[in-house]
Design a protein around this ligand. Sequence first.
Ligand code: UD1
Ligand code: MG
Length: 419
Amino acid sequence: MYTVTMVIEEMSAAVATVANDLGMVLPLAFSFVMSVVGAVVVVRTIPHMSAMFIQAGLFGRDLCKSDKATRVPESMGLVSGCVFLMCMFLFLGVAFGEHFLQPSAAFPHAAFSEYLTSLLCICCMLLLGFADDVLNLKWRYKLLMPTLASLPLLMVYYVNLGSTTVVMPKFIRPWIGLTLNIGVLYYLYIAMLAVFCTNTINIYAGINGLESGQAVVVGASVAAFNIFELNGYQAAQHCFSLCHLLPFTATSLALFYYNRYPAKVFVGDTFTYFAGMTFAVVAIIGHFSKTVLLFFMPQIFNFLYSLPQLFRLVPCPRHRLPRYDDKLDRLEASEAEIDEKEIRWWMLAVLRILNRLKLVQLRQGSGKLFINNLTLINLTLIWMGPRHERSLVHILLAIQVLSSILAFVIRYPLAYLFY
Ligand code: UD1
Ligand code: MG
């Protein structure tokens, strides 16, 4: 009798798992179809919108080309961002449709509020990015706005009893235990993650296809990670992330088609901010806010390397993108002029050490001191030599792909050693 009960229990558990799996299949299948449709809509819409954007004064000059007269439509991320949001709004109807049709069944308010809040945050960043493209906002607003925009997300995370517990690595468990509840520090961390993600793509930019290309690689990599985790105990959270990242990656790929070398459009801060916030949102709600940073290794390096210029310890020109050599049609590292009287003595000492290590290039010329602008783009040019823009963007996107592969190696084989 006991064994019969057990068999019945196991069978009902198996049926529940299948039902649960089927419950995920429909939203994911719909999300996939919407992604394809979204990408086609972006590809078809951008050529029509380009003239409209130029007419509205939304254009820039391609600084890495000999022809600097051509007006290239700017802020085209607005098109991919709006199509992405439309896909997500339609998706909500399918994901929660059965509950609208059967009002008697318990409505999943927690999950619904997470979806709505994630879209609110992404929408806010699309607006801030567009405002930045039009108004050229000051740095303090660029830091303040993502922090404020992430507040609704933090609140929803809090009321839905999101975990603030962190699993400890094996080697410190004897002292601290298996897990540690870091409480308010966790909220501080995710607010900082939102600020970091929104700005990090924007400062790793300036050559054709790099902004949209890196977003496609990171989007596809995180989506692959979510697929691997669909069998895990946090399947619903990874399904949530995947349903965002499929349309995001597809619409960004369509944008990349026009933004790649030679760029027919620029994506603008509209795209860089909205893309960054999308990654932050899926990582926070999807409960993988540590893992997501593994997919941002080039951006983290670029951010740390940029710090002296971001904090104005070293002069920071308006544009840090590489310098275009007209005669040879190739790019070389751009430079900032250092006033030896203005710069702090210890910063100069640090720069001289970094120069020895070939991490920065200091050059004396006509009685002045020059330093390369501190970006990974310029550092690549210093290490690998001046080259054509197309070749440079291929190298940087290859680095992005390699760092994603490394991220998987760290997340799976290596992490098992520590956790
Ligand atoms: C950020 C960078 C800045 C970089 C710029 C390029 C920091 C602190 N800021 O500034 O150093 O120069 O992005 O995007 O790191 N452009 C090109 N080719 C491209 C992409 C952009 O020439 O492939 C130029 C165009 O003139 C375009 C302009 O960059 O109009 C866009 O710059 P914007 O996004 O406004 O610069 P920021 O985000 O403020
Ligand atoms: Mg920008």
